[in-house]
Design a protein around this ligand. Structure first.
Ligand code: BG6
Length: 293
């Protein structure tokens, strides 16, 4: 399989296919601009390290690499619902939907201005999904969903990005000031408004912000700012499980929670996307790293 993929889609030495963890097929990207990895399982980016910077994405040391399980870390794709917002008639359906355990197909690869790009595709029920990732000194992601049904359909989506941080208590997230958010810790479902100060962390945090604004993750401990710029994304999720919830997850190391934060571009109720038959919708995210003091 990797041979066939390499014959058809390798981009010189810049993008090649090989077995990754658990024997799952991954594309390995190595260019002067960055190193990265993307698994066909889940269309899941597990690594992106732009030149001159440390690894940007967080990946649990306890992550599963199994064909029927999601990978803990990197950038899982949540679709066609977010978290537990599954249809009422499917109580046993998985958290965050089916995309993150789906085997995605390679549709195309190519050189881009500053790196390489890969286009992955899959179908989930009556939806067609195309995921375009461009790996360079910035990471550009674009998820297009097409409604292949002959009636309207509504979905939720998120690029559930896990970032490595120096220490959760020492970081700040800016760009969400004044935004409404749904606070969901411990099963709560209450609406709040972010004050005019940056978001900081001193406890379990699980919030769905109603915001399309660009966000910055300021991490003085690692000496870097991570800029997250969104297109057609009306929701931003911010999550850190803190100690007890991390300990309860079998694929999350007990001591790992201080070193990560999720900042997720999405469209989540009340901003779920309704598509008419044959209509498409594209959500984009660009991630860029800058040194800071
Ligand atoms: C976050 C949600 O996006 O994902 C959390 O806001 C959830 O509520 C977390 O716990 C992890 O979900 P999962 O299904 O990967 O364990």
């Amino acid at each position: 399989m990797n041979q066939d993929l390499n014959a058809k889609f390798a981009v010189g030495e810049a993008l090649t296919f090989s077995p990754g963890e658990g024997g799952l097929t991954r594309a390995v990207i190595q260019t002067p601009a960055c190193r990265a990895e993307v698994y066909l399982h889940g269309g899941h980016i597990t690594r992106w390290q732009p030149a001159g910077h440390d690894e940007v994405l967080w990946l649990s040391q306890r992550a599963n690499f199994l064909y029927d399980m999601p990978i803990r870390g990197g950038i899982p794709i949540c679709f066609p619902w977010f978290a537990g917002n599954k249809p009422a008639d499917r109580p046993n359906a998985p958290s965050h939907g089916y995309a993150r355990t789906q085997n995605w197909q390679v549709a195309d690869t190519r050189h881009t201005g500053q790196g390489v790009g890969i286009i992955l595709a899959t179908t989930i029920e009556d939806y067609g999904l195309t995921y375009h990732a461009e790996f360079g000194e910035a990471l550009h992601l674009s998820l297009t969903v097409t409604n292949n049904a002959d009636q309207p359909q509504t979905f939720e989506e998120a690029l559930h990005t896990y970032f490595t941080v120096s220490q959760i208590k020492g970081i700040q997230v800016t760009g969400l000031e004044g935004a409404e958010y749904l606070h969901t810790v411990g099963g709560a479902n209450t609406l709040h408004t972010q004050g005019d100060t940056p978001l900081t962390f001193d406890q379990e945090t699980d919030r769905v912000y109603r915001s399309d604004a660009a966000v910055m993750l300021h991490d003085p401990g690692l000496g870097r700012d991570i800029h997250i710029i969104k297109g057609d994304s009306q929701s931003t999720v911010v999550w850190n499980p803190w100690m007890d919830k991390a300990a309860a997850m079998s694929d999350f190391g007990d001591d790992e929670w201080p070193g990560m934060v999720c900042i997720e571009s999405g469209n989540i109720t009340p901003h779920a996307v309704k598509l008419q038959a044959n209509e498409s919708h594209t959500m984009t995210t660009t991630i860029r790293v800058e040194n800071c003091t």
